[in-house]
Design a protein. Structure first.
Lengths: 293, 161
């Protein structure tokens, strides 16, 4: 290896002033010695972290709220019946949730009160049109569903021809016995919650043909947890047909389902239920408050 | 001044022992006596203040060289807007051109070659050691060494041996 001679550089005559200056170490400040920190990198990293946090918090809140609000049925996906053949003035049993949800929160007590009334068959004897025709929207005071008969025979007795009588102005959807719109004053909130234990719904007869089987599933409202058998077409989910109401636009079936009697409901809670046919098409859905006290 | 002890040597003894090495590194970087003095002193100030633990004297020497290089770089960055240090005539280092001594040629090389050649030929550091001191890969050091030698030979105009 060739060797270069750098003696002059290697044996520099360092002035004594340099050495003296190096010996006179200036007093160090009270601050600790600064360890090398790349401030630019540190600031950039902190800024990125802040941006990520700021962006993720609303996203997290949104997803949480979305989970609460999105209560999608697990029964059937795209085939909510719209009662296309129905006279919309009379019954609309496929969008109860919209109006019922409107009723649910602010008019929860009203629904339960109405349900209590529904549970009392004495008042429901003569109101045969309530389950099929009356609206559940509290804002519409035209309907009067507070007389839903629990005993089909009673209602049939009072309305032997089974014909639905439309309320004035017509209702837009059938109500379930569990959710009752306000009768006269949509703004009135009943003070005493009614006890509801029965799921009721109405829909076109043709939707359950030919097997005439109706199923019902009950879900906890807030987290959409299914109550009961995971097999949605098991015997546990078979609902009863209370009665069939003849209508020019197509016969209406009134179905009922008692989850409390089946032992499915263990606690007082808000629940959402769906009536659906063998194909998984949702026929009716609504929200109820079941009190098992 | 002399309370600090580094591997059994007092602060003053360390300065006297390594002043040539640190001074040469600073001069090579800055090519200016006045600027080199500042960096020279700052290097030893850091030694005194930080008082790191060294494994051996080789470790101490390598540490001083590394800190001297860093101080020079910091000085250059700080005075970037000023006239280039290479062009400053006042206090500039100037070695006579001699056949036997290549110091003058070394200072005329680009600065990336100067340290590598000095550490290898003047301080007898190996390539791996130089790589550690300068925080570069050994392959880079080899390349710099080879190219530096070629340029040195061109400047010298003959064989360096």
């Amino acid at each position: 290896m060739s060797e270069f001679n750098f003696d002059k550089l290697k044996n520099l005559d360092i002035p004594d002033t340099w050495v003296d200056g190096a010996l006179e170490v200036p007093p160090c400040s009270n601050k600790p010695p600064v360890i090398f920190v790349n401030f630019k990198r540190a600031i950039t990293a902190v800024a990125c972290l802040l941006v990520v946090c700021v962006l993720s918090i609303p996203l997290f809140i949104y997803t949480q709220k979305g989970d609460i609000l999105s209560v999608q049925p697990t029964v059937a996906t795209p085939t909510e019946t719209k009662n296309a053949g129905l006279n919309t003035d009379s019954t609309k049993n496929t969008e109860p949730a919209k109006s019922n949800e409107e009723n649910t929160e602010p008019n929860k007590t009203e629904e339960t009160q109405n349900s209590t009334e529904n549970a009392n068959p004495t008042e429901a004897d003569t109101e045969t049109e309530t389950t099929a025709s009356s609206k559940t929207e509290s804002s519409n005071g035209e309907t009067n569903p507070d007389k839903i008969p629990t005993n089909p025979q009673d209602s049939m007795d009072s309305n032997p021809d089974g014909v639905i009588r439309e309320p004035d102005g017509g209702s837009e959807k059938p109500n379930s016995s569990t959710s009752k719109p306000s009768t006269t004053d949509p703004d009135k909130i009943p003070s005493k919650p009614a006890q509801v234990k029965l799921c009721r719904g109405s829909f076109l007869l043709e939707k359950i043909q030919p097997d005439l089987k109706v199923y019902c599933s009950v879900h906890v409202y807030y987290d959409d947890e299914l109550i009961g058998d995971k097999d949605l077409f098991s015997d546990q989910h078979i609902a009863d047909i209370s009665r069939v109401i003849e209508d020019a636009g197509g016969d209406i079936v009134v179905a009922k389902y008692d989850p409390v009697k089946l032992g499915l409901i263990k606690q007082t809670e808000m629940y959402r239920f769906y009536f659906y046919n063998s194909k998984g098409e949702i026929l009716f859905q609504d929200v109820i408050h079941i009190d098992i006290d | 001044m002399g309370d600090a002890v580094f591997l059994g040597l007092s602060y003053e003894q360390v300065i006297n022992k390594y002043k040539n090495t640190v001074g040469a590194v600073c001069l090579m970087r800055l090519k200016n006596w006045a600027d080199a003095e500042d960096c020279f002193q700052n290097t030893f100030f850091k030694l005194y203040r930080n008082a790191p633990d060294f494994n051996d004297e080789a470790h101490l020497k390598a540490w001083l060289i590394r800190v001297a290089i860093n101080e020079c770089n910091k000085y250059i960055r700080k005075n970037r807007n000023h006239a280039e240090l290479d062009k400053v005539s006042d206090g500039a280092v100037d070695f006579p051109q001699e056949k036997c001594d290549m110091s003058w040629a070394l200072l005329n090389l680009e600065k990336k070659y100067r340290e590598v050649l000095y550490l290898h030929y003047a301080e007898d550091y190996k390539i791996n050691e130089i790589a550690q001191i300068l925080d570069k890969s050994p392959n880079t050091i080899k390349t710099l060494l080879r190219r530096g030698k070629e340029k040195l030979k061109k400047l010298y105009g003959g064989d360096g041996e």
